[in-house]
Design a protein around this ligand. Structure first.
Ligand code: AR6
Length: 356
């Protein structure tokens, strides 16, 4: 898992190095700089003083003191004027210089804030793009776990700015839970559900016999114009029962073979570590989380119908009352199978990420 977006206070990140969005004087300040100095204690300032100044676009390193990291890399980003004053180049340089120091110090993990995106006024959506570009380029050549740490709720408006097409797709497809329930009640007034076959959501755990337990009708059964027709084709009870024969992990392994992939290619592409993959591989009755099942569907580049099937094996279904589902659906239907891209979008809309 080379690149993770997380919502956190960077001073809490347990990794080899954290990056500070510093100023030229390296004497502490407000924002993330202030938070890092407060948490690290006076030793950090004392060492900073020995380093002298730091130019914009450059970085210098100190120890972590009371922080749960070995190093703090102090990077100085540009002050945003209008984007015409070399801001992007300087911001890239601040990220790249920090990564070069991390390599030199043999760091295996590093956490970055959105440099320049606070007091220095760099628009957050643009700042995030620069950061992610630098990380992707770096990770093509090097192995390191990089966290981009987004503070509090600053990212919640990012989604619409960064991904207007996805925002529109959500608007067009999202059915809030109230709407789902209202529709359910409306249907119940007119239809006798006891005669209607419906798709099921399965419970979290499986019974001893590895049989999925039937739960509530899933939301998607209320959103389809023709729920019965859908069932009579491929989601009938008979079909579901026949599918019980092949569990999630069996389907996963079959698909990996069919795609001509190695196990490692698949789990790496799914942003899943080897340990979890072995667990799934060795346990035919393994019940993955929804985001894990979908991560594999994406890694295998399954068309939407097959992704639905794989999800069903894990005991879930796509629903229109979940933005998470709609965002993943959008990507699959548009042939976008890059898990980092999908996670970037999920993160920007404040949703959970695909993976373990
Ligand atoms: N953890 C993670 N991110 C944070 C935290 C935190 N604890 N606190 C703030 N951020 P800024 P800059 C985010 O202003 O724009 C200082 O005074 C914040 O929401 O800290 O590079 C320095 O001394 C924003 O997205 O840094 C300089 O004078 C990002 O970190 C000047 O500000 C950067 O915001 C540097 O300005």
């Amino acid at each position: 898992m080379p690149l993770l977006l997380v919502r956190n206070d960077i001073t809490k990140m347990e990794c080899d190095a954290i990056v500070n969005a510093a100023n030229n004087g390296l004497r502490g300040g407000g924002g993330v700089d202030g938070a890092i100095h407060r948490a690290a204690g006076i030793g950090l300032l004392a060492e900073c003083i020995t380093l002298g100044k730091c130019e914009t676009g450059k970085a210098k390193v100190t120890k972590g003191y009371k922080l749960p990291c070995k190093y703090v890399i102090h990077a100085v980003g540009p002050i945003w004027k209008d984007g015409e004053h070399g801001e992007e180049e300087l911001l890239r340089s601040a990220y790249n210089e920090s990564l070069a120091i991390a390599l030199e110090k043999e760091c295996e993990s590093i956490a970055f804030p959105l440099i320049s995106a606070g007091a220095y006024g760099y628009p957050k959506d643009k700042a995030m793009k620069v950061a992610l570009n630098c990380f992707s380029e770096f990770l093509l050549e090097h192995d390191m776990l990089i966290y981009l740490v987004i503070f509090d709720k600053e990212s919640t408006t990012l989604g619409e700015k960064l991904f207007p097409n996805i925002a529109k797709y959500i608007d067009d497809n999202y059915i809030g839970i109230k709407q789902v329930m209202a529709e359910k009640h409306r249907r119940e007034e007119f239809e006798d559900y006891s005669n209607l076959s419906i798709p099921f959501n399965f419970g979290e755990a499986k019974s001893d016999m590895e049989m999925p337990r039937m739960m509530m009708p899933c939301a998607s059964c209320f959103e389809e114009a023709e729920p019965q027709a859908a069932l009579e084709t491929d989601l009938s009870l008979e079909y579901l029962v026949s599918m019980v024969d092949e569990g999630f992990s069996e389907m996963l392994l079959r698909k990996i073979d069919e795609k001509g992939m190695t196990d490692a290619e698949c789990y790496k592409k799914a942003n899943i570590d080897r340990k979890l993959f072995s667990k799934i591989r060795n346990n035919p009755g393994y019940h993955p989380k929804k985001k894990t099942a979908l991560a594999f569907a994406v890694a295998l580049e399954l068309p939407f119908k097959e992704a639905e099937e794989m999800l069903l094996k894990a005991g879930y279904s796509f629903t229109k009352s979940s933005k998470f589902d709609i965002i993943v659906e959008y990507h699959i239907k548009n042939g976008i199978y890059d898990i980092l891209k999908i996670n970037e979008a999920l993160f920007s809309f404040d949703e959970d990420l695909l993976g373990p």
